[in-house]
Ligand binder design. Structure first.
Ligand code: DX5
Ligand code: ZN
Length: 222
């Protein structure tokens, strides 16, 4: 079954705990945290204290604290995010000249390691690291903001990555997709091979309750 990872980037930060709880109560398996530094991406968001604030309630619900690091030199902050309660730390290939070392650092810290890449970065840049990671995240928008449109070429990329993973006997590696995911494209993305769907603005918005939004995804995913 495909898992859902609501991104708190679109949540109402003035009542973050309540919004996270709504997502957990509706059965979200992951809570996705978008960390941006104003350098690697043109936006500035949250850091370890916010992860520390929500990690206990996420873990109490049996869900996963999924931290997406859109920051330069992520190796400097890995210990702080581990200490804050991250379960998965995902780094961008574009920010890691010593990617193998950074992935080892994450795993040696006792948490799961993920790797991701921007829409224009070739998938071959992942080839040598696939066997070392627990999760691969395909960005289906250019990172930096919630509420952008799904880049349609992502579907073929997801399918190619699915074939790369399965062809190497790495079918157990999670394939997460992030950006522009809505109920109306969720089934397509799942069919291409995704195992986790991130959704921010489709889950946290003024049109629907969090529970209704998550139910809409489940209906489409079957
Ligand atoms: C984009 C972030 C995403 C974002 C997704 O840089 O990595 O996780 O929150 O938001 P939506 O679902 O609104 O595209
Ligand atoms: Zn993200």
């Amino acid at each position: 079954m495909v898992k859902l990872a609501p991104s708190i980037l679109s949540a109402d930060f003035s009542r973050l705990g309540e919004q996270v709880q709504q997502a957990l109560d509706a059965g979200a398996e992951y809570i996705h945290v978008d960390v941006m530094d104003g350098h690697f991406v043109p936006n500035l968001t949250i850091g370890p204290p916010v992860v520390a604030a929500i990690a206990p309630q996420v873990r109490a619900a049996g869900a996963v604290v999924d931290v997406h690091l859109m920051i330069e030199k992520p190796e400097r902050l890995i210990p702080a995010f581990v200490e804050a309660g991250a379960d998965i730390l995902t780094v961008h290939v574009e920010t890691c000249p010593h990617l193998h070392r950074t992935i080892q650092q994450i795993k040696e810290s006792g948490v799961r390691a993920g790797v991701t890449l921007n829409p224009a970065t070739p998938l071959v840049s992942l080839e040598e690291i696939l066997s070392e990671v627990d999760l691969v995240l395909v960005m289906s928008v250019n990172p930096g903001f919630g509420g952008q449109s799904y880049i349609s070429a992502s579907t073929a990329r997801i399918a190619r990555l699915r074939a790369m993973l399965d062809g190497r006997g790495l079918g157990h590696v999670e394939l997460e997709v992030d950006g522009g995911i809505k109920p109306n494209n969720a089934a397509l993305v799942a069919k291409a091979g995704a195992t986790i769907l991130v959704a921010g603005s489709a889950i946290f918005n003024r049109q629907k309750s969090v529970a209704e939004a998550i139910a809409a995804f489940r209906r489409e995913l079957g």
